[in-house]
Design a protein around this ligand. Structure first.
Ligand code: UD1
Length: 417
């Protein structure tokens, strides 16, 4: 296994290019199951989660051709409708193949998903929506076993906004008979990217990006060429890297519209961020002002940036209240940040951080994807040496984070242990 070593205290200086968004690629690759022919996807990041979904698709009979950042995908010869536990267990988003398999084959058998241990994360809303579309859904021996003679449009209301739930039902509905409405739909940019890709395939989807999405089923779809949107969470993580090291970075290839909540909050901390076309030029300052945040679905402050912002608040100049409302158990980074000298009290979904201006290097353990990123950020700011073990969590969702930081001047490298 790899560990990451950081000698902290070096200000960032240079440029970095943002990769394609992990959370957009996962549903978009799953959508390639909807019809045969060669799909071409551009701006694909190299990530462990992408390998996982490709393995799940290969197991169904999908074939791939790839070069540096382009992936060609063909599902002409599907020979299975099943995603087994050994492939699904590491990634909750594996459930995204359920909707398209039902639309194409009218049957699917998917192991109940695993993924980050950040709360119970059920899939009841995905299944309830599919049932409303006429799918017979059963849970058998740890598998979702679903089948339908025909899929029919339905009026669906989500009790809680769910990103992959919205995506799964959108993919199930594109070839259903009649009209499907998803009320209280997720508005995340990755949902919009999927809808754009599906419309490029001939689907009829309106309202993606609002909380009501309407899908009129079509009989036929065709292959498409589609470029993945930039990863707004990776871009936000580099903004915080500039702030926490009191450095300067040009972050290239961002979609600023997807990042308003994060940019506004970081400006409140006193850092400078200048928009220059698709680039963000970020500059950190000696003094970091403490801010409060509450995570909420898009366009609010994203839960996927909560751990990274908490690392920044550890070196701020006062008290910060961080409220996590999307997931019920997303403070696993707290105990590791405390090992680095952070002063954080948690109470349910709230964390009170007393910024102390400094952190000290320590041996820490990554526990989930975004928690890993917060430890890297803390390590960049800390005095002395930080060693982060279990960085396979980081590799699920960040392409070469350590290499990109090293090119920005950070003293960061990997070692085997
Ligand atoms: C997606 C993102 C993840 C992000 C999260 C919230 C992907 C691949 N992952 O995860 O990075 O942190 O959105 O922005 O896009 N819930 C239910 N029942 C369901 C579904 C969800 O109760 O059937 C609850 C969850 O437990 C959670 C909340 O709804 O508390 C939001 O979860 P959801 O939006 O579904 O997260 P994911 O789609 O898994």
């Amino acid at each position: 296994m790899d560990k990451i070593i950081i000698e902290g205290g070096v200000p960032l200086n240079g440029e970095v290019t943002i990769s394609g968004a992990k959370n957009a690629v996962l549903p978009i690759l799953s959508a390639c199951l909807l019809t045969g022919g060669w799909h071409t996807l551009d701006n694909i990041p190299r990530l462990k989660d992408i390998w996982t979904i490709k393995e799940i698709l290969s197991n169904l009979g999908v074939v791939f051709e790839e070069d540096a950042q382009t992936l060609k995908v063909n599902s002409d010869n599907l020979n299975s409708h099943s995603a087994p536990y050994k492939l699904v267990k590491t990634m909750r988003a594996s459930i995204l193949v359920l909707g398209p398999l039902l639309a194409r084959l009218r049957k699917a058998k998917i192991s109940l998903p695993g993924g980050c241990a950040i709360g119970a994360r059920p899939i009841d809303l995905h299944l309830k929506g599919l049932s409303a579309m006429g799918v017979d859904v059963n849970l058998e021996h740890g598998y979702v076993v679903a089948s339908a003679d025909r899929l029919r449009g339905a009026d669906i209301f989500f009790d809680i906004t769910t990103v992959t739930g919205t995506e799964n039902l959108m993919m199930a509905a594109v070839k259903a008979e009649g009209e499907t409405t998803i009320n209280n739909a997720a508005k995340e940019p990755e949902v919009v990217d999927l809808a754009n890709m599906l419309n490029g395939m001939g689907a009829r989807i309106r309202g993606a990006g609002t909380d009501t999405i309407t899908i009129n089923g079509v009989k036929e779809l065709h292959p498409v060429r589609h470029a993945i949107i930039p990863d707004r969470i990776e871009a936000g993580t580099f903004l915080i890297a500039a702030a926490i090291t009191k450095g300067k970075a040009r972050i290239k290839g961002c979609n600023v519209e997807h990042m308003e909540a994060v940019i506004k909050k970081l400006l409140e901390t006193g850092m400078e961020i200048e928009k220059q076309g698709e680039d963000l030029v970020a500059m950190g300052h000696d003094k970091v002002k403490s801010v409060d945040i509450k995570t909420i679905p898009f366009p609010g402050f994203p839960t996927d940036m909560q751990a990274q912002l908490m690392a920044l608040m550890c070196i701020a100049d006062g008290w910060s209240m961080i409220r996590e409302t999307v997931f019920e158990n997303r403070f696993m980074h707290v105990s590791e940040l405390r090992r680095m000298g952070a002063d954080i009290e948690t109470n349910g979904g709230q964390a009170l951080v007393r910024g102390k201006g400094v952190l000290s290097g320590a041996q820490v353990m990554a526990t989930d994807l975004r928690a890993s990123a917060s430890l890297v950020l803390a390590g960049l700011a800390a005095k002395g040496r930080t060693e982060i073990s279990r960085v396979y969590h980081l590799d699920r969702g960040y392409q070469d984070l350590d290499l990109k930081l090293s090119r920005l001047g950070s003293k960061i490298w990997r070692e085997k242990y």
